[in-house]
Ligand binder design. Structure first.
Ligand SMILES: Nc1ncnc2c1ncn2[C@@H]1O[C@H](COP(=O)(O)OP(=O)(O)OP(=O)(O)O)[C@@H](O)[C@H]1O
Ligand SMILES: [Mg+2]
Length: 222
């Protein structure tokens, strides 16, 4: 299976959905039906930044069990860029939520920079905020905050001092400077998603996870 790239996401089978990106020039395609990882084209350098071991998440409903994520083992190094594609319902969002510390696995572990995130207990929220940038498909912007306030929100929650030059650079590069004082309802879909991207990057996270990140966004070279 050939590598996916940000600009040329490969359809593996039928209607596929690009799922997440971790910045880098790499090449991993993962077909979610059977979690097929093909690393023939990848050059693996640097430290392992994300790893899962037998990660599983099952849903039960009326006696039927859906194995949304079933014993997934992934290893991703710093600098790698990964796209996961698979059919609707294959488990992409479920996996992404588990990788991002947003859901709890039924079994298995997620390690980010060597930390088993689900063993962090109450510290998981802080760990997540400082290490993982998450771009939601539905943006999840705060409607009562303007663009600037939405972008810098994680910094305020974390009690850190703002790197204003970096925030302004994000605004500029994501072509949001003119919309700095606008509220989400006054933005186009693409503008809203770029605000979500800036918010995911403002904490300079180790990993960026994005669920269907190219739906409305004009690609911007950062
Ligand atoms: N909260 C839930 N309760 C029960 N089943 C669920 C729940 N969330 C997801 N599922 C099931 O788990 C499977 C995987 O869902 P998931 O949302 O991860 O798929 P996906 O690959 O992201 O699909 P899509 O491309 O349509 O977004 C599906 O069969 C779905 O119905
Ligand atoms: Mg999904």
């Amino acid at each position: 299976m050939k590598a996916a790239s940000f600009f040329n996401i490969r359809a593996v089978r039928g209607a596929c959905c690009p799922l997440f990106i971790i910045f880098s020039p790499l090449s991993v395609c993962c077909e979610m039906d059977d979690i097929l990882m093909d690393r023939k084209w990848s050059v693996r350098k640097g430290m392992e930044i994300l790893k899962t071991t037998d990660l599983s998440k099952y849903y039960s409903h009326n006696g039927t069990v859906t194995k949304a994520v079933d014993h997934v083992n992934i290893s991703i190094c710093k600098g790698e860029y990964v796209s996961i594609i698979g059919q609707s319902g294959a488990g992409k969002s479920t996996l992404l939520n588990l990788l991002g510390g947003l859901d709890k696995p039924d079994a298995g572990k997620v390690f980010i920079k060597g930390t088993s995130i689900y063993d962090e207990g109450k510290n998981l929220t802080v760990f997540r905020r400082r290490n993982i940038g998450f771009i939601f498909q539905s943006y999840n912007l705060m409607p009562f905050l303007n663009v600037w306030e939405n972008i810098i929100l994680p910094v305020g929650i974390d009690g850190k001092s703002l790197d204003k030059a970096f925030a302004c650079e994000l605004l500029e590069r994501l072509e949001l400077s003119a919309k700095k004082n606008s509220f989400p309802e006054e933005l186009s879909g693409g503008q809203q998603q770029r605000v979500a991207i800036a918010r995911a990057l403002i904490m300079k996270p180790s990993i960026v996870l994005a669920d269907e990140p190219t739906g409305t966004v004009k690609l911007v070279q950062l």
